[in-house]
Structure formats: C-alpha cells, structure tokens
Design a protein around this ligand. Structure first.
Ligand code: SF4
Length: 371
C-alpha cells in the first residue's frame, strides 16, 4: 500500500510492481478519481508512525491507550531488529528523488542503516493478510536504488519486517544484493517506465491491480474472469456460481488465479458505493452507518494516577513475552517449554516458495483388504 509521502509520486517504490506488470496503468491513473485512503492504508500509516516514534526515542508504554497494543508490539519487533543490526548512521523515513530513473520517481524508505561497508534498507509491513516476499521485491529494490544515489556501498541488505503475517521464513526476512544486481534492476525499471510512456501502452490485469488507483475506471477490469469462468458479468443478472466439484481442473485453476482481482474489484465497488452514498446518491438496498467507535484515555497521566489510587496493583496487567521476543535475549529455552502448532494446510500458487504439503493417506483409509 502506498505511503503518504509517495502518494503523489507517479513513479513511486510501491507502484513499481504495477508499472512493470501493467505499463498502461501509469497514464490511466492520471485520469482516475482521487481515492480516499482505505481503512488498511490508514491503519498502515498509523502503524508506521508508531514505529517512527519508538525509533526516535518514545517509550512503547507511552503509546498504550493511544493505539492498539498489537500495534505497539509489532513496532517493538521492528525497532529491536534495527537495533540488532549494530552501529551506523540511521536514517528514519529517508526521502529521496531518483531523478536518474525518472523525474517523477520519488520514495521514502522506512529506515536505512548506513555502515562503513554496507547498507541495510528496512521496510515495515503491518498488514496481516498477505505475507510479502523479500526476494526480487521491486519496492525494496527501488528504495535501495534511491539510497545508493547518495551512499555508495557494494553490499546492500534488504529487510522486510512483517510481524503479523505468517511466513515460513518468520516475520523478519532478509536478502543481500550487490550494486551490480541493483544496476540490473535499474535497467528493468527504466525499460518499464519507457514502455509506460508509449501512447498504446498495454493494460495487463494481474495481482498488481489490487492497489491500482485506476481500478474503478479500468476497461481491462470489465473482463475479469469472464473468459475463464464463462460467466457474463456485464449482464449483471443473477449469476449461478457453480460449486468447485462441477468445475474442471483448468476452470478451478483459472478461477483461483483471478481471486485477488475479484476481491480487489469487489472492494473497489464497495468503496465507490460508500462515496456515492456519502454524497447523497442512492444505491438501492444499502446505506452508510456509523463505524464502531473506540475509547481511549484522554489524558494518560491523569488516568494512571486515578487508576493507581482506585485499583492499586490491578491498574496494570502484565503478560508473558512471546518466544520470538525471549529469543532476542539470547537465552537457551528448554525445548519442552515450546509447543509447535502446525498450521492447517492451505492452497497456494505453484510458485510459492514453500514445499508442497503431502498428506499421509495411509491412516485415513485404514487397512485395504483384497479378496
Ligand atoms: S486496474 Fe490493473 S489492468 Fe487496470 S490499469 Fe490498473 S493495473 Fe492495469
């Protein structure tokens, strides 16, 4: 999701994946109506602010009551990792203009640590739904290219810190690249930008559509899944969706590949409907209702004094730190204290880095007897 500082940049780090996948999107986004930040985007912005404040010296407890505890704990994991990288010049929310790539290319890296012989570029993700890969990640690579404009080093560590999403490699994932590797990506980015400037630049639907500002007006989206699922979505008549068991393997594959696009399309229709209702237009069968509010202490210090006086020891609650946090203290944890809860198997694209799960069927059918 784009960060505030990159929002007005036509060629920003968070857009590179889309620019490379769909060259026509750059021109179409120019014509798209401005988007209200989604709830996820607002939450992400708040989570980044929490990280920045802790990194700049705020005590995590100072934020209790102001933002959810989960947001503070996630930010602590981010800050701890940065501290574990050792001494160096730390740049927080590092802004750059990658003019050599394109005059519209701007970016803001969450954190950058400059050392004598290497650079660490750290990107924080608060989202829990989609675990982001660190390898060949155009957003991180764009940040690294921006940093290299000013700080020349040969070894660049790229990090994704995503405390809330499950990933086999854990919440902190890193990869090392050289300046030569990055120079190759510079060429790829430049070619994609040149392609996007052609008057007939193609519109190509893909997972990059999820964050595309042009989604509500994109002519390519009208073709969502129609060809593959053989349903006429344009008629907007009641559609009978066949159950999975009635589809061929190829049809199932086609439908599953469209899942992110269909979800993004539904979301964009919902957001558009919300905007329409908000300005008084009618969408039959729907209305806008007030969101659930939340309560927080108006004055933390006064609340603390009051609760300590009234509740004494009950004013605070403490809980055990996580295994990951305990491991940071470099203690040896007895194996019998750790229970491994394996996740339920679930479907993933064939290019997913994890090994395919093989179910042991021998116990599921019992003994097979032959007459
Ligand atoms: S919605 Fe998808 S296909 Fe359409 S312009 Fe955006 S990225 Fe391209």
């Amino acid at each position: 999701m784009p960060k505030i500082s990159e929002e007005h940049s036509k060629i920003g780090a968070s857009q590179m994946h889309r620019v490379m996948g769909c060259p026509g999107s750059v021109a179409l986004c120019e014509k798209a109506p401005p988007q209200r930040p989604s709830k996820d985007a607002e939450e992400g912005t708040k989570a980044h602010t929490v990280c920045e404040r802790i990194l700049k010296g705020a005590e995590p407890w100072e934020l209790v009551g102001e933002v959810p505890l989960e947001m503070i704990e996630a930010a602590e994991a981010y800050v701890e990792h940065i501290k574990s990288l050792g001494e160096g010049k730390l740049l927080i929310e590092y802004k750059f203009h990658l003019e050599r790539l394109d005059e519209r290319a701007f970016g803001t890296a969450d954190a950058v640590l400059i050392k004598d012989d290497e650079i660490h570029v750290i990107d924080y993700k608060y989202g829990a739904g989609h675990a982001v890969e660190v390898e060949d990640n155009p957003q991180l690579i764009f940040y690294a290219l921006g940093v290299l404009e000013q700080y020349k080093r040969n070894k660049i560590h790229l990090w994704i810190i995503q405390p809330r999403a499950a990933h086999d490699d854990g919440p902190i994932r890193g990869v090392i690249m050289t300046r030569i590797d990055l120079a190759g990506w510079f060429v790829k980015f430049r070619s994609a930008i040149i392609e996007s400037m052609k008057p007939d630049a193609e519109l190509i639907v893909g997972d990059w559509c999820r964050w595309c500002q042009a989604f509500p007006i994109c002519p390519a989206q009208g073709k969502i899944a129609i060809a593959d699922a053989k349903h006429d979505f344009t008629a907007i008549e009641p559609i009978e969706l066949p159950s999975g068991s009635l589809l061929t393997s190829d049809q199932i594959s086609a439908v599953l590949k469209q899942k992110p696009i269909i979800e993004a399309w539904l979301k964009s229709v919902e957001e558009y409907a919300e905007q329409e209702l908000a300005v008084g237009h009618d969408i039959p069968g729907f209305k806008v209702v007030a969101g659930r509010g939340s309560r927080s202490w108006a004055d933390e210090n006064e609340a603390k004094k009051f609760l300590l006086r009234e509740l004494k020891g009950n004013a605070y609650e403490s809980k055990l730190i996580s295994i990951a946090k305990a491991e940071k203290y470099k203690i040896s944890i007895p194996a019998n204290l750790i229970k491994v809860n394996s996740g339920l198997p679930h479907i993933a694209p064939i290019n997913d880095k994890r090994k395919a799960f093989k179910r042991d069927l021998s116990n599921e059918f019992g003994e097979v007897k032959c007459d």
